[in-house]
Design a binder for this molecule. Sequence first.
Ligand code: HPA
Ligand SMILES: [Zn+2]
Length: 333
Amino acid sequence: MRVSPDWLARLPKTELHLHIEGTLEPELLFALAERHGVALPYADVDALRAAYDFKDLQSFLDLYYAGADVLRSEADFHDLTRAYLARAHADGVVHVEIFFDPQTHTARGVPFATVLNGIRRALTDGEREFGISHRLILCFLRHLPEADGFATLEEALPHLDRIDGVGLDSSEAGHPPQKFERLFARCRELGLPCVAHAGEEGPPEYVWQALNALRVCRIDHGVRALEDPVLVAELARRRIPLTVCPLSNVRLKVYPSLTRHPLRQLLQAGLVATVNSDDPAYFGGYVGENWRACAEALGLTREELLQLARNGIDASWLEPAAKARWLAVIDGM
Ligand code: HPA
Ligand SMILES: [Zn+2]
């Protein structure tokens, strides 16, 4: 590594692509199963971890949705979020923008407010305890019909003061962003900033659709944009950030190894690329590990690491004064 581990640990980091359900560690999953008397099809934590061997996005999502079944009470969502924030704090994360998937829970009879209250309480407490600022992003599941998304938005309406934006996640192939054009138009009318997963497994065309049909202000993943030079130029010109998740991309076989990951190419193309962990309990590393592993495997320079840190602040939804404060800290490193 070209910088000291201590310097990298102290560098102020953001996390702009993090599914809170994807932070459910096997230990907590077993504890919650016991809390609710749920029988699990795994003998123990090690057996469950051994199942985390994914061949693609869908094989991961199948386990991710099955795991979420133990999340039932407000306390569960609180404990999950608190554990994540403690972990992020240890990695030098100063600001988080977290996704949650309400449809995964309301479909099982868990009320929308139970999910939201638990996550929100932990975020508020976490700001006091760890000094981590936050935003919360409601994600629609793209494998479900747009009408289900509209029903979820209806449930969210009384809580919009506690929801900072909307996103689109789940199975990408066969579910183009265009499918949700009317839903996102309605969200924009409500003043909600929009992001979407695109160009993870899906083609560059899905990134174009996220920009033009959904009018997103940020692309989640977006790594496959590199296959389309016109798209790269457009993303660079408009300074549309990409929330890149390197360890996730390797675990889901988007790239065969971290040494083949295009993080540096994205920076060299002038894109606002950021480093994030996606679903760290499933992909073998929280955000600090993503930074360390990339620094090591790609030999990132001090200047490249500083640029990634600045990009995280720039790409965030922090207010301008807070951005300026963090950028000054980064410039002083
Ligand atoms: O990496 C992901 N991609 C799409 N949907 C998801 N939902 C949780 N994680 C992911
Ligand atoms: Zn994701």
